[in-house]
Design a protein around this ligand. Structure first.
Ligand code: NAP
Length: 341
């Protein structure tokens, strides 16, 4: 039997801690260590959860010692123990870290905050799993792009996509971010179209798409309005049938009281650790076809949706499983498709 893939998680933050837990829930991979720059409560939690903690900067080890948080060494010592690193450092830092990984000839996964040229391929498990097979550097696209790519892949596969438009209403920051935000306003971001999400979708799927985005003062989830002109003519039932078969899509209904993202998160608190939703949450009642154009409203939990994609990317890069097998394993280990809201 093949040994488990040894994974380093460089950057134990919002995405890193979730990716670490998801990797440890798999039978064919394991986390050999995680990193932090500073000895705060997140570092203490990592150790408490049993992760081996490493310091990003050698000259900060003293600070960890003073805080009585055990560190095993520096990031370079961690990387020496790993077959692959999942870089979950803040936007832009991953590209700088790449030099270190390349020198060690180490496989690396980057996150959506990095530009597409950081990696050989941008990745979404449904849209282009095969493109990452055997690759050294892969970038998992951002939360919004993941949400769009899944829907567009499914619609394209069954009905073809002539043209897609999407408006993203984005949570301004994550819940923990107390130093930035938008208290009272709605910010077109960017003001001039298109937002970067459309071009980013095209890195994983060949579709004609234009996107716009607005930031609003909320931290829970993003909401997307997607409008698609399909090649084949369709009706609402056709679309619902396709979505019902895909575990990474969860259909909800306004009749059940899901009147906003607040209610979706409230429900998720009952059954998922940290209320993590790995699925696209699509309002079934929003799915409508008007004058041959499909309309869909969905919510995306930004902190969690990319987590299963990171796990699948590891399997593709080590050629461990086919797309169907990997998605099945990831889904069942994370409870994706088991629970309906
Ligand atoms: P985050 O919560 O700020 O976490 C970043 C982590 O990286 C922290 O643990 C930080 O440690 C660590 N770090 C700082 N400098 C580092 C360095 N030089 N080398 C290695 N690690 C370092 O950020 P995040 O939200 O998880 O975002 C990580 C990546 O995922 C970004 O590319 C982002 O665009 C992308 N992403 C984020 C979201 C989201 O909604 N949050 C969704 C999808 C994709 P200290 O705290 O100790 O400094």
């Amino acid at each position: 039997m093949r040994m488990k893939v040894k994974v380093a998680v460089n950057g134990y933050g919002t995405i890193g801690k979730r990716v670490a837990d998801a990797i440890n829930a798999q039978k064919d991979m394991e986390v050999v260590g995680v990193t932090k720059t500073k000895p705060d409560f997140e570092a203490r939690n990592a150790v408490r959860k049993g992760y081996k903690l490493y310091a990003v900067y050698e000259d900060k080890i003293e600070k960890f010692d003073k805080a009585e948080i055990k560190v095993e060494g520096t990031v370079s010592e961690l990387l020496a123990k790993a077959d692959l690193v999942v870089d979950c450092s803040p936007k832009g830092i991953g590209a700088k870290n790449k030099e270190m990984y390349a020198k060690l000839d180490l496989k690396a996964i980057f996150q959506g905050g990095e530009k597409k040229d950081v990696a050989e391929v941008s990745f979404n498990a449904l849209a282009n799993y095969e493109k990452a097979i055997g690759k050294q550097f892969v970038r998992v696209v951002s939360c919004n792009t993941t949400g769009l790519a899944r829907v567009l892949y499914l619609i394209k596969k069954d009905f073809g996509v002539k043209k897609a438009k999407a408006v993203m209403i984005r949570r301004v920051v994550d819940p923990k971010e107390d130093k930035k935000g938008l208290v009272n306003g709605i910010s077109p971001d960017p003001i001039k179209l298109p937002s970067h999400h459309g071009p980013d979708v095209k890195t994983v799927l060949d579709v004609n798409i234009i996107t716009a985005a607005f930031k609003v003062p909320t931290t829970l989830m993003h909401v997307h309005l997607i409008n698609i002109k399909t090649e084949k003519s369709i009706n609402e039932t056709d679309v619902i049938n396709v979505f019902e078969l895909e575990p990474r899509i969860m259909l909800i209904s306004g009749n059940d009281g899901y009147s906003s993202t607040a209610k979706i998160i409230e429900a998720s608190r009952e059954f998922r650790e940290r209320y993590d939703l790995y699925e696209n949450i699509i309002w079934r009642d929003s799915i409508s076809v008007v004058d041959d154009e499909l309309f869909i409203t969905q919510a995306v939990h930004q902190e969690a949706i990319v987590v299963p994609e990171n796990v699948d990317a590891i399997r593709a890069m080590f050629e461990l499983k086919s797309k169907e097998e990997s998605l099945k394993l990831t889904n069942s280990s994370l409870g994706i498709g088991k629970i309906k809201l």
